[in-house]
Design a protein around this ligand. Sequence first.
Ligand code: SF4
Length: 511
Amino acid sequence: MNQFIDLFRQDMNIFYEQTKAFYNGELTKTQYKGISGGFGSYAERDGKANMLRLRLPGGRIPKNTLAFILQQVETYQLDTIKLTTCETIQLHHLKPDTLFHIASKALDFGIICRGGGGDFPRNVTVSPLTGVQKEEYFDVMPYALAASDYLLSFIHGPKLPRKLKVAFSNCPENVPHATFRDLGFTANKDGSFDVYCAGGLGNNPKFGVRVAEHIAGEDILYYIHAMVNLFIEHGNYQNRGRARSRYLQDTLGQERLIEAFQEKLSAAKQDPSLKLSVSPISITKTGNGTITNDRIIAQKQEGLFAVSYQPIGGLISPQTLKAISDTIQDMQEVELRISPFEEIYIINLTADEAQKVLDVTKDGATTPLEHSVACIGASICQQGVRDSQSLLRECIEAAKASNLPANAFPQIHISGCPSSCGTHQTGLIGFHGGVKLIDKVPHPAFTLHVNGCDKQGSERMGAQLGVILQSKIPAFLLDMAQAVVDANMDFVSWFNSHEEDFHKIAEKYLV
Ligand code: SF4
């Protein structure tokens, strides 16, 4: 990775110059976005500050990385820190000087923001508990980290048609959505991977096409190389709206896509240097004692535990970030993992340590609704249409005020626009932001998606049922919750057994 850091450091001047030009009014937001995205940064909606996205391969945050991030948060008094569904951290509201300082220091530290936005290979995502999860087939993290390093080699070209997202899942739970990414590797019980390509959420979402089965882990770079070359040769450089790799399924057809992938794979296999050798990540720590709590996960390592912590809306406060960092500082082999559900797992804790971490993370989600996924939304994101975070807050407040039981409400997925940063097609209930014209007057509204599923082998994209005005969504959730209570069930059981009742309630709110 070090060779890239020097290379990317040389690029930073472009970022500085173009950022200055934007803030001097010499570039439009769109012109600037085309450049700054390649540095993991976008101007925010009001054009007065930037977001910086920290690439964290596999969503891993070792203790020293956490300390580095905290140092930036404290030095520059940052107040908005967002965990993303792509297992990164976004720092918001950065004035140009602050942006330059943090981006530059991050690179020196080894956090590469280059290619964190724009048409580049993005952060590699991973099942967040890989390496410690009892149910996993094997630890996929070493492969994901090797893939991440290799993907950095494509940042200086050749130019891709659009972004490229790569994911590794360790079991059919499919938390990082490896079966519907641009390229996904799914673990098998025998220690091999199946490979899926040309999938993705957003407009016209598609599940990936399985292009290989039971490949050896040492061969993954061949598949990445093949995918990159396939995308370059067959991708759409003319129309950005149809440039993501999933559109290859339309332009080539699935059969030809598989054939074309195999051709690229055969060519890639001529290069023996892409044969990979990875070392397993060993955990030498031993635990003792036991602990139980809704947020505790017993690891496959006897006596060690993970604590889950979901800041509501994926917005972690500087205070909690500091409390976690201070608490784990002297704990051996402890690290954080970000999940695609915008939560954090603190792993490799003894029972005593886990209790300490539980104590400093009490401000997180405790109900299914609070465990919802929401993108940063249109109050900050220039591409957004609706403010996902405010919808989530409105729903949580309405649920609290109703005094109905917490398990009568669903976990929801909210995206501020069709781009699906809130993964709205993957949950039982999802919303994406839009506008509804009523008597020629625009009203804030969201499209309702229902019955999505991300589990491998049972994948379903949530079907679009119609549009609900934002102001009516809390009432819609309350109406469903009352029906759930009347049926003496929890939301998931009710939803799965009361389809007709669900549709009757939804009909009342669709406009
Ligand atoms: S889904 Fe839309 S509004 Fe939300 S972060 Fe992505 S682009 Fe922005």
